[in-house]
Design a protein around this ligand. Structure first.
Ligand code: NAP
Length: 429
């Protein structure tokens, strides 16, 4: 959406080194495709339900989507309804902003057992992503173990520890709220392979965890090796203060706990069909076995290849330079498919600006202006003729209004529709 915004605000004309030297009549037209009938990617299916303020960015995206020349086309998937080759012919330029749609899996024995999952799948499930609605996690054990020390690990730990009453005030999927109500989980252990000062999570997210009023945050001094050397940055000093405060805390005997363990790696997941325990090995070689019914790998996300486009299978990105896809004129990338899965929502603003800047430079250099793209109407006609069912802006607004109205009845921001079939029925009437 940031890329669409940069494109739509960019006057058409001749640009030299970022300066508009002659303005052409007309405007840039942008079609934004999504494989889901609902837009906004991770804002809908990734941001934690208890972080409503982070979802306010959807308002920025709505403003972009309703600009002159911008059009949303949901429920159209590259590789299923249209090929990358066709898109390259239909448009002057194509920007892929497809993100990272898989979670990285643990490479240890037992990772395939029921009860072992990726944070990506769990997050998509509790956020009502239609492809994950049926794949509920095992919440019948008293302990869950989350591997990884990024912000996603903290999100997952908070949500698994959420009371059903708190969950009911969010836009969490109803199936997840019901599962949390029946959940036996009383302790979530977050396991980091490095020390607390090196942990990838950010200080505000750690502070948020420490401020939870119905969850004890437990740390074990022996598993909590803090670095004695002075902090060299403000964030480092803040981290040290938070860690000292955590170490000094006494558990309050609350019914739910989140335990932070550092300097440990998973060595195997134990169980016959279902996970029953996990073995962790410390950096000093000491092993610990924790009983657990759920193991969540929050060790990062991974992008998947798009047929017809190059893909670096190690870095899990489409290889590019300043947003230009290697070897393909007129094809660009932005976001996690370009940079890899790191950075917050706002990071994508400058990332998209760089890509769109490169695109306009290429227009000026005559690299992509010679094409004869399809008109807006021809694109839709071609898609519908081959059996696709695009969901357009007003149809998404119908879904949106329905979800908000359903949510209002129970004091929630929205009640998400989580079945693709139902979403399409709402969209198409
Ligand atoms: P991340 O920040 O890259 O963290 C991944 C974690 O997994 C790191 O602690 C990493 O350890 C660990 N790890 C990687 N491979 C591992 C392995 N094989 N075994 C054990 N641990 C392993 O990724 P993320 O948490 O998925 O977050 C992705 C991005 O989204 C981040 O930029 C994050 O800040 C952002 N995000 C932000 C928010 C928010 O603002 N509230 C919420 C969610 C996500 P090392 O550090 O040792 O490599």
């Amino acid at each position: 959406m940031y890329a669409a915004g940069h494109l739509a605000e960019h006057p058409a004309g001749t640009w030299i080194d970022g300066t508009l030297v002659s303005r052409a009549p007309g405007r840039v037209e942008v079609d934004v495709f999504d494989r889901l009938p609902t837009p906004w990617g991770l804002v809908r299916s990734g941001v934690a339900p208890d972080h409503p303020q982070k979802k306010d960015v959807a308002g920025v995206f709505e403003e972009i989507a309703t600009r002159d020349g911008v059009r949303l086309i949901g429920n159209v998937e590259v590789g299923r309804d249209v090929t990358a080759d066709e898109l390259a012919q239909w448009y002057h330029a194509v920007v892929y902003a497809v993100g990272a749609r898989e979670g990285r899996r643990l490479d240890v024995p037992g990772a395939e057992l029921a009860g072992s999952c990726t944070a990506h799948d769990l997050v998509a499930w509790y956020n009502g992503h239609p492809d994950f609605a049926a794949a509920g996690p095992v919440l019948s054990g008293e302990r869950a173990v989350v591997i990884g020390n990024g912000n996603v690990a903290l999100d997952v730990a908070r949500v698994l520890s959420m009371s059903p009453e708190d969950a009911a005030r969010t836009d969490i999927a109803v199936h997840a709220e019901d599962a949390l109500r029946a959940s036996a989980i009383r302790e979530v252990v977050i396991v980091g392979r490095r020390g607390p000062e090196q942990a990838a999570f950010t200080n505000p997210e750690l502070e948020e965890l420490m401020a939870l009023d119905m969850v004890d945050i437990i740390v074990d001094g022996a598993e909590f090796p803090t670095d004695e050397s002075p902090a060299t940055t403000a964030a480092g000093a803040r981290r040290k203060r938070l860690l000292a405060e955590l170490l000094a805390r006494q558990p309050r005997g609350l019914p739910r706990r989140i335990r932070l363990m550092f300097g440990h790696n998973p060595s195997r997941i134990i169980g016959a069909e279902f996970v029953t325990a996990i073995e962790l090995t410390s950096t000093s070689g000491h092993t610990t076995v924790l009983d657990a019914g759920l193991v969540v790998a929050a060790i990062g996300y991974a992008s998947v290849a798009i047929p017809g486009l190059p893909f670096n299978d190690v870095a899990k990105v489409i290889p590019s330079s300043a947003g230009r896809v290697d070897g393909l004129a007129g094809i660009y990338v932005t976001g996690w498919i370009k940079r890899g899965p790191s950075g917050v929502i706002g990071t994508n603003k400058w990332c998209a600006r760089q890509t769109v800047g490169a695109l306009f430079d290429d227009v000026n250099d005559g690299l992509i202006a010679r094409r004869h793209p399809l008109s807006h109407a021809e694109v839709l006609e071609t898609l519908t003729c081959r059996g696709a069912s695009p969901v357009l802006w007003n149809q998404w607004r119908t879904i949106d209004a329905h979800e908000r109205a359903q949510g209002m009845a129970s004091q929630r921001p929205r009640l998400k529709v989580t079945s693709r079939h139902e979403l399409l029925e709402l969209a198409h009437g």
